[in-house]
Write a protein that binds this ligand. Structure first.
Ligand code: HEC
Ligand code: HEC
Length: 369
């Protein structure tokens, strides 16, 4: 929703941009002519070959903001993904219990691993490893996504195999290469062994005969996860504060749109709202068959959830397998395999500057490690 002020500004600066969002190979990237980038001068041979002209830096930082179609920006980014409705009422008591459970190492086979071991809340909900070690030290094939803002997505996991954050919460506990508990009964026994947890369950689920249960574990962890949200400068910009983005970030936003990233990365989460194949325009080699493993439908081979890009600056390494170390490299790969464009280093830098505007502070007091 935009404020009247933003609408005025947006309309005043709106101009007929041709959005090449379909990633058509023949579409030209208009940002090239509009970005005030220093062009290499077509100089004749220097008069004095002994003193060559010092190489100018390739990019001059743009000083004037670009013209951005504010209506288009709102259309791309203002909505939330269609997350499934939840009947899990978020109460302070459930959140407090969920926070305890999230950090409880005794809920793993060797009493050595909690959700926070892989999803550190003082570190934007990730561990910055390509793949994470489970209770026995084994590693799965997938990179740990952040839990921050995860509840806002349309489905959970890289392949969408859990619908809600509550459905998702039990998965890691029973996964042999994560917490590694045998079954729900083992989880309940572990929780009942801790008087502090039993007391917190009684407070969170008052009046229930058996408050300590696997389904209440899911509700409490789900309620806590629903509180893990961030607000970024880009959110403020979408809410109408033009000065929330730097000039460089506004150029980056424009480039992001013109290169065609918005064919997939949209909504307030800049992703987290649909599935797409990895390698829509050029094949990208990966062993993981993605959503095909769940649906067994040929069409779903190498299809993944389009990840949200909120806080992406902090969540390296990237991709479902954590195989890409830097954001710059990731942006280049995306442009090539998803939009069929070889983009220049200055366009990469510009997009990365924009992506950094998606970083918002993690709420204070969340870390318990
Ligand atoms: C050993 C490391 C590890 C532990 C421990 C762990 N996770 Fe995860 N988590 C992962 C990995 C890896 C994935 C991605 C798996 C996939 O998509 O197939 C994931 C996915 C998720 C997601 C989905 C995020 C998204 O964007 O789709 C949420 C939410 C989540 N975990 C919450 C939790 C909670 C809650 C716990 C504790 C009950 C937990 N995790 C324990 C590694 C871990
Ligand atoms: C056709 C859809 C599509 C387009 C267009 C697209 N992406 Fe993606 N993006 C995806 C999918 C799907 C993934 C997950 C790939 C994987 O991990 O297998 C992804 C992953 C990413 C990641 C890694 C996120 C993480 O947490 O690992 C970044 C960063 C990213 N995209 C940025 C961009 C940028 C910048 C552009 C434009 C140059 C772009 N994307 C264009 C679908 C798309």
């Amino acid at each position: 929703m935009h404020t009247p002020l933003f609408a005025t500004v947006a309309l005043a600066i709106a101009f007929p941009l041709v959005f090449t969002a379909c990633g058509d190979a023949s579409a030209t990237n208009t940002s090239k002519s509009e970005t005030p980038v220093a062009q290499p001068a077509a100089n004749p041979a220097p008069a004095n070959p002994v003193a060559p002209v010092a190489q100018q830096p390739a990019v001059k930082k743009p000083t004037l903001p670009p013209k951005i179609d504010g209506v288009q920006v709102q259309a791309y980014f203002s909505g939330e993904p269609a997350a499934p409705a939840s009947d899990n009422k978020v109460t302070a008591e459930k959140v407090a219990l969920g926070k305890l459970l999230f950090h409880e190492k005794s809920l793993s086979r060797n009493d050595n691993l909690s959700c926070a071991s892989c999803h550190s809340l003082s570190n934007y909900g990730v561990d910055n490893k390509a793949t994470s070690e489970g209770s026995d030290g084994q590693r799965g094939g997938r990179n740990t996504p952040t839990v921050i803002n995860a509840s806002r997505q349309f489905v959970q996991f890289w392949d969408g195999r859990a619908a809600t954050i509550e459905d998702q919460a039990i998965g890691p506990v029973l996964n042999p290469i994560e917490h590694g508990l045998k079954d729900e009964a083992a989880l309940v026994a572990k929780m009942k062994a801790k008087p502090s947890l039993v007391a917190a369950f009684a407070l969170a689920f008052p009046g229930e005969a058996e408050p300590v249960s696997a389904s209440n574990f899911q509700k409490a962890v789900g309620a806590f996860s629903r509180t893990l949200v961030t607000k970024s400068p880009f959110d403020e910009y979408l809410d109408g504060k033009q000065s929330a983005l730097t000039t460089e970030q506004k150029w980056g936003l424009k480039t992001f749109i013109e290169v065609g990233c918005t064919e997939c990365h949209t909504t307030r989460l800049v992703g987290g709202h649909m599935y797409q194949k990895l390698g829509t325009k050029q094949a990208y080699a990966t062993k993981d068959e993605g959503r095909f493993l769940i649906t067994k439908d040929e069409k779903d081979k190498f299809v993944f959830k389009v990840p949200s890009l909120l806080n992406v600056e902090k969540t390296a390494p990237y991709m479902h397998d954590g195989s890409v170390a830097t954001l710059e490299e990731m942006v280049k790969i995306m442009a090539r395999v998803q939009a069929n464009k070889e983009i220049k280093d200055e366009e990469v830098a510009s997009i990365v500057a924009f992506l950094k505007s998606l970083t918002g502070p993690v709420q204070a007091g969340l870390s318990m490690q």
